[in-house]
Design a binder for this molecule. Structure first.
Ligand code: IPE
Ligand code: IPE
Ligand code: MG
Length: 245
């Protein structure tokens, strides 16, 4: 089949399947979260070297607070450890790191501090923007945008898709072109609801801890062959997602 699309500008991953990866090995779920770090690092570097400008990773949802306290606690520790370990390399490679979410008082203060430090350290980098959706909920972001519009006393007739999007967190982030969800689950799970409106989805048959650069290349290949029409009837020229904006 023809190559239709170029490289997606914004790739987002729902990093799912850590618990099942661990269960397959008769290990505790947290071993799966620990093993996920290698996949995260591999994918960040692969995306950066491929020239993907925006990469978003779903690391913890607003719904994940429902999990047992011990699992949440270990997840928080692992994220903090990963930030401290990889911050220098991410910075050296020109990756701008952002966190989407991070508003819950249950986030340990040391982790919140390390997140702020990482965002400050890498804030001027431009090779690639990595957005970690952590304590993220798509609906919450939409509600917050509505609140922000009301606080700014924007008249109803001036509320358009463009002005609304301007009140979302990190409103400079382009719409997502490609979402990759590992583990076989095929649902949104409250992920970047506004930004995925016209994304292409792929569901590689792999659990997140096993996801590597080669899987990313396969997903990019699938994306290149998708016909993106944005509601139109014509066969599109090469698309990047710009069309929706
Ligand atoms: C994804 O893996 C990681 C987080 C949601 C934090 P899961 O922990 O959801 O793994 P499964 O879905 O139970 O296999
Ligand atoms: C979505 O995965 C959240 C992350 C990957 C961080 P979940 O495993 O929490 O989603 P559900 O519960 O299967 O919808
Ligand atoms: Mg899951």
């Amino acid at each position: 089949m023809d190559i239709i699309n170029g490289l997606p500008r914004h790739v987002a991953c729902v990093m799912d399947g850590n618990g099942r990866w661990a269960a397959q090995r008769s290990l505790p779920r947290t071993a799966g979260h620990q093993a996920a770090e290698a996949a995260v690092i591999d994918v960040i570097e692969a995306a950066r070297s491929a020239g993907i400008a925006w990469l978003s990773l779903y690391a913890f949802s607003t719904e994940n607070w429902r999990r047992p306290a011990g699992e949440v606690d270990i997840l928080m520790r692992l994220v903090r450890r990963a930030i401290r370990k990889h911050a220098p390399a991410l910075h050296a490679r020109g990756v701008r790191c952002r966190f989407l979410g991070v508003s819950d008082p249950r986030i340990p203060p040391q982790l919140a501090r390390d997140i702020t430090d990482l965002m400050t350290l890498t804030g001027d980098n431009r090779q690639m923007t990595l957005t970690v959706a952590f304590d993220h909920g798509g609906r919450r972001d939409i509600v917050e945008a509505a609140r922000s519009l009301i606080r700014a006393a924007v008249p109803a007739e001036e509320v358009t898709e463009t002005t609304f999007a301007g009140h979302l967190p990190y409103s400079d982030t382009p719409d997502v072109d490609l979402v990759i969800r590992t583990s076989g689950e095929q649902r949104i799970s409250n992920f970047m609801l506004w930004q995925v409106a016209y994304a292409e989805w792929v569901f590689p048959d792999v659990l997140w801890p096993d996801f590597r650069a080669t899987h990313l290349w396969e997903c990019l290949d699938a994306y290149r062959r998708r016909q993106r029409r944005f509601g139109d009837v014509r066969r599109p020229a090469a698309t990047t997602g710009e069309e929706l904006r």
